[in-house]
Structure formats: C-alpha cells, structure tokens
Ligand binder design. Structure first.
Ligand code: FES
Length: 107
C-alpha cells in the first residue's frame, strides 16, 4: 500500500501497488504507465508528469506548492482545479485508493 489507480484519456484504468515509492510519479514510472514520461525525474521542471486528481480525492491531498503552481501556470496559462504534478504528490498510507487521470497531453 498505497494502491493508486491511473486512468488513461480513453478510460482504460490500471491499479498499481505503490508500496515503498515516494511519489505518485514514481509509481507511474515504476509500472510503465503510458502518457506520463516524467522526463526530469521529479525535479518539478519538466511538467511531463501531469495528472488530474479525482475530485473526491482533492480535499485529501495537501495543496500544490508555489513552485508546482508556477510550473503548471507557465505551461498551461492557467491551472485547472484538479491538475497536479504527480512528482509533487507524496505518497502516504492515507492515500490508499487514490485515483489519478492522465491528461491527453503533457507539458
Ligand atoms: S517529473 Fe518533471 S515536473 Fe514532475
């Protein structure tokens, strides 16, 4: 635990074991989740690890930090309310069952 479900733009979902991994991005990369290349390896500079957090999970995540928000705003022009960088979502037992949607394009 925790387990994370990633949902592709076409609706295909896969639930993965993220045990021992520090962030949601690490879980995606470890399991070769498509559409999430995470090119900078979690340095918060590439914006190729974007996800949309399922709305019922949003209140359970710590808010995005200023660096994360700046990177998203610089890339997208505005920050959609559920959009996050998965490398900035630190995993903890309370996030077991987290659902993340992968957007059609990355930064
Ligand atoms: S992995 Fe590069 S910003 Fe998240």
């Amino acid at each position: 635990m925790p387990r994370i479900t990633f949902i592709q733009p076409d609706g295909a979902a896969e639930t993965l074991d993220a045990a021992g991994l520090p962030t949601a991005m690490h879980a995606a990369v470890r399991h070769d989740v498509a559409g999430l290349p995470a090119e900078c390896g979690g340095q918060c500079i590439c914006v190729t690890c974007m996800v949309d957090v399922a709305l019922d999970w949003l209140p359970r995540l710590p808010p995005a930090g200023p660096d994360e928000l700046d990177m998203l705003a610089d890339t997208l022009g505005t920050v959609p309310p559920a959009r996050r960088l998965s490398c900035q979502i630190r995993l903890e037992p309370g996030l077991d069952g987290l659902v993340l949607r992968i957007p059609p394009t990355q930064g």
